[in-house]
Design a protein around this ligand. Sequence first.
Ligand code: GDP
Length: 435
Amino acid sequence: MSAPVVAIIGRPNVGKSTLFNRILGERRAVTHDRPGITRDRNAVRTEWAGRPFVLVDTGGFLPAAAAGRDADVRRQAEAAIGLADAVLFLVDAHTGVTDLDQAIATQLRKTGARTLLVVNKVDVPGDPGVHEFHRLGLGGPVAVAAEGGLGVGDLLDRLLALLPAGREEEESAPRVAIVGRPNVGKSSLVNALLGEERVLVEPRPGTTMDAIDARWRTGEGEFVLVDTAGIRRQAQFADQAEFFATMRALQSLERADVACLVVDATRGFEKQEARLAHHALEAGCSVLLLYNKWDLVEEREAAWKALQADRARRFPTLADLPAHPVSATGGIHLQRLPEQVAERVAEHAREIPTRELNAWLAESQARRQVPSDAMGRAPKVYYMTQTGTRPPAFTLFVNAPARLGENYRRFLWARFAEHFGFCGTPLRFKVRKSD
Ligand code: GDP
């Protein structure tokens, strides 16, 4: 199920990062098995009471200089309000209502954004200072002390009540998100793929800035390009380019099956790309890396090898993502793209028969016996079955899941991906009790 994007907004120093970290706390869910990826400190997919959502700490995106300027903070809040499904508007009980709080509140009321007003630094429950914030006209505030964790559970309950119902996309054609940092050539790529053809557009109501999808008709069938309007609209937010690109990517990835992550081939795959790849995998997308601006690259064969080796060295867990060179404006290799996307779609929806899974499982156990726990008890591993697709999910049935150690699980999952050849697709593994 696609997860709504929730942004924590507010003035500098109200405690946005503290609240962000407090909410994630122990719940920072490990939803895919690629350890060691640079985790994004500003945006993480998590869940509360079984409901997934993506939480964004907007403060982390503002450089220190900009964070000191009211105008920049307002612009960022404006962008966040337009792009998020809901916002947590954080204010500070110690300072009371400020002009900047008022300005942000006005923007929130004007757009009718789903908002939860949160008063932070309420160290004593029942602090009467909280009432002052009713003045902002955003309803009753929730009082929290992000540092100690007081009130955070209530906050999350109220947040869940506020979130839009989970979206199950009705569109049957596979959905493709085009993501990447600013200036890598996303708009150029969309223009090259869709050409001048008047595409059918479908506004998706719900977010303040409606996402407009486009149909991409190819020899491999029809795909839906998710939120092409958003890609083209980014110029409006040139001063918040990185922030806009990330927020838009988070939204699009939640609605997509395949993520085309565009990389500038003249710069290579860097930390920002690793973060986006990580977001894509967390959102359940199959990833395709497109090294764009290939027309600018000389000695191409050697350059390609060097780019791939560099990614493998710096980001070993992302070394196996399928990658291709392209040029959006130079028209290089674009005609191969439909087939490459279709391959990703097929892998994303792939189903492995139970008997194949269990033949593999038996062979793995023969290769390495299930170890006993400290008490000398080895768990009995019964069988494995596929319990989901898009992305693929597998469940292993065991008599005593707690006894199946972390090391052995890692051994199994690593062998699994190797054996069955999934390379750009996140796999979900579960271990369940069975008798
Ligand atoms: P976006 O921010 O990712 O949407 O990037 P744009 O599509 O706006 O492209 C940024 C700049 O890179 C523009 O000046 C494009 O003309 C240029 N550009 C995009 N693709 C290519 C390419 O394949 N080759 C070259 N040489 N330039 C490109």
